[in-house]
Design a protein around this ligand. Structure first.
Ligand code: SF4
Length: 404
């Protein structure tokens, strides 16, 4: 007997797991308010105390030089580009100081696949950060960056993870997942940086090594609805196996200045995608709202479509901004959005341990009306310490000897 949408809704309300076919039927056919009600019911069951969390951290991109050249990316610069940059250790320390002044507890540190930054550079950086800021957390290097380092250094992924953890890595962000289906990855030119299996495998190794990680999905490029559901199924299966994911974040492709171009998915598409993610990912505790791509208002609506977390205050952002989205919310604004939606706001860390109420109510915090960037416009300085690390590319070798 064929299941109706109402049968499927009852199944979700009863707390039962949906199959891929059932998820697809709900995603395609359920009215948006019903999808929201189902997702909100799951959110309320998992988080009955009416608290919505957020983290104060800084989203830093240590380099924009990248050999991967994904067609959806407006952030990267090819090796040798005059706009290419690598941040120096001192610049990163300054960013950490500013983050701590705003109540921040970690860096979300990601960057391009720069052939001129060997593993030793990352190890030295992490050690230097931990020496200066022993309790500050490093949520760093998405799976494709780990794979890049594995290839560059000719060491297996578990060894890369072991060495990075020994140097100070605390957790791994779920970036670079895009859609975990190889047909899509080939079309987006991101199959080379990591196949779907390779991305999953890095996360499996990280979880086995005791690291917690997040998971993401960037939708709205060339994938079908079935492929979005397949992506969610793969994440659910790994979470069943390891339990290592703390949270899931989805956002829509931002097309401006990208090679792929195209149009951006609508806010309704975002809310439906968030809601079906909450329904499928029944073994994930936390879903974040992606206000940086959707804006504060849709971010706030996300709290009625399955999200229980407003993500990060962020402080800095470079990747999404390069593709045309530049929403900014400081802590006060995030808290206002949470409270206006009827929830209590609590600060958290990457492990979703609650750290307390809004920090701006405890001490004076400067208002932040614009997200910072990696570097000031026109700053093409080359960090001194780069001279200590051998470059692989011809352009990188030249930079080591000729000051810019
Ligand atoms: S998405 Fe990441 S890996 Fe792909 S081109 Fe951009 S910086 Fe490089």
């Amino acid at each position: 007997m064929e299941q109706t949408i109402s049968d499927l809704a009852k199944k979700v309300e009863a707390g039962q797991r949906v199959t891929a076919a059932e998820a697809l039927a709900l995603y395609r056919e359920a009215p948006t308010p019903l999808l929201g009600r189902l997702a909100d019911g799951i959110r309320a069951r998992k988080h009955p105390d009416g608290v919505v969390t957020y983290i104060i951290d800084r989203n830093v991109n240590y380099t924009n030089v990248c050999v991967a050249r994904c067609s959806f990316c407006a952030f990267y610069r090819p090796v040798g580009s005059p706009d290419g940059y690598v941040l120096g250790f001192e610049e990163l320390f300054r960013k950490i100081d500013e983050t701590i002044a705003l109540g921040g507890v970690q860096l979300l540190l990601q960057g391009g696949h720069n052939p001129d930054l060997p593993l030793q550079w990352y190890e030295d950086l992490f050690r230097a950060i931990k020496e200066r800021y022993p309790t500050f957390k490093l949520h760093a290097l998405s799976p494709p960056e780990v794979i890049h380092l594995s290839r560059l250094s000719q060491l297996p992924v578990p060894e890369i993870i072991r060495r990075l953890v020994a140097a100070g890595l605390d957790s791994i962000p779920g970036g670079g997942a895009e859609i975990l289906v190889d047909r899509v990855r080939r079309l987006l030119h991101c199959y080379g940086k990591a196949t779907a299996d390779e991305w999953i495998d890095v996360m499996r190794h990280a979880h086995r090594a005791g690291l917690r990680t997040t998971a993401t999905m960037m939708y709205g490029t060339v994938e079908t609805d079935e492929e979005r559901i397949e992506h969610l199924m793969r994440l659910r299966a790994l979470q069943d196996e390891t339990g290592g994911f703390t949270a899931f974040i989805t956002w829509s492709y931002q097309p401006e200045h990208t090679e792929l171009a195209g149009t951006e998915a609508t806010g309704i598409d975002y809310l439906r995608t968030l809601a079906i993610s909450r329904i499928v990912l029944d073994n994930f505790d936390n879903l974040q709202a992606s206000w940086v791509t959707q804006g504060g208002k849709v971010g706030q609506l996300s709290l009625a479509y399955g999200a229980n977390d407003m993500g990060s205050v962020m402080i800095e952002e470079n990747v999404v901004r390069a593709a045309g989205a530049s929403y900014c919310m400081d802590e006060a604004e995030i808290v206002r959005n949470i409270e206006d939606a009827g929830f209590a706001a609590m600060r958290r860390n990457m492990h979703y341990e609650r750290l307390g109420g809004p920090i701006f109510r405890e001490r004076a915090i400067p208002r932040m009306l614009e997200l910072a960037t990696a570097r000031d416009e026109g700053d093409v300085s080359v960090p001194q310490e780069l001279a200590n690390y051998p470059a692989r590319s011809r352009a990188g070798k030249q930079l080591r000897v000729i000051p810019r």
